[in-house]
Write a protein that binds this ligand. Sequence first.
Ligand SMILES: [Zn+2]
Length: 325
Amino acid sequence: MQFHRHRRLRRNQAIRSMLKENHVHVEDFIYPIFVVEGENKKEEIASMPGVYHFSLDRLNEEVDELVSLGIVSIMIFGVPHDKDECGSSADDAHGIVQKAISQVKENFPSLYVMADTCLCQYTSHGHCGVVEDGEIINDASLERLAATAVSQAKAGADMIAPSNMMDGFVAAIRKGLDEAGFEDVPILSYAVKYASGFYGPFRDAVHSTPQFGDRRTYQMDPANAREALREAASDIAEGADLLMVKPGLAYLDIIHRVYQEFNLPVVAYNVSGEYAMVKAAAINGWIDEKKVVLETLTSFKRAGAELILTYHAKDFAKWLKEGSI
Ligand SMILES: [Zn+2]
């Protein structure tokens, strides 16, 4: 009887290691960090065990640990005190995010620092753009976003990561950065961002739950795949340097299609809800956390992601270092 013996290539660890198609490296990670106003704060986010809010005076100890684990990149998210209708503190040179960026760059110059650029943490209504008469106004939001991006670049951000999903945001931010002399600062566009239920814990973390309506007029319908390619194509035309797909796990097909269709590096955002589910199951002893995290992160690489924004980064880096994974 003729058949192929696939199991020949799985007989022992050596051959399995030799033939492994995809690997997860510590350099693949972007680790999200949440900074808050105040002093001596390191407070765990209830729905995200192992993830903390840090005040600036406690930030260095965390970053120091990340650097010693070999993590090369972080994304900074801020939780400001002041919120108003148009998110006017988003581009404050002395805002919490700007201060965190300059502090980290000053103390850890070789760490690659990305800034999340959006208005929802700064607006009283929690939407990602300027609101008038209950509507999210596209073009008025662009100016605010460009100003925010420029202020983050001035603070020392190595890369700008706009996440707001207004139309034209990449063009507006590119123009703003170029005019301010930051033509070498790349843009990681959240090109494909779905209106997802997986963001719940993150919104707890940055207190950005919309106070009215939802985000479905600017974030995408989870049912759509071809629309993702249109979103990505227009961001590339506007000057995006990298493309993000968010969330990650329920959208591996989208990561793969964006990877196949375009030449730009693709970034997967392994979002808060995905993290929270794994953590909750692990804490209950229902899954083997290390195995599940490795499998999850590998799935992003297999789908085509170059980089992974993930809350698991720190744990995973530790496991790699101690050789337990
Ligand atoms: Zn937002």
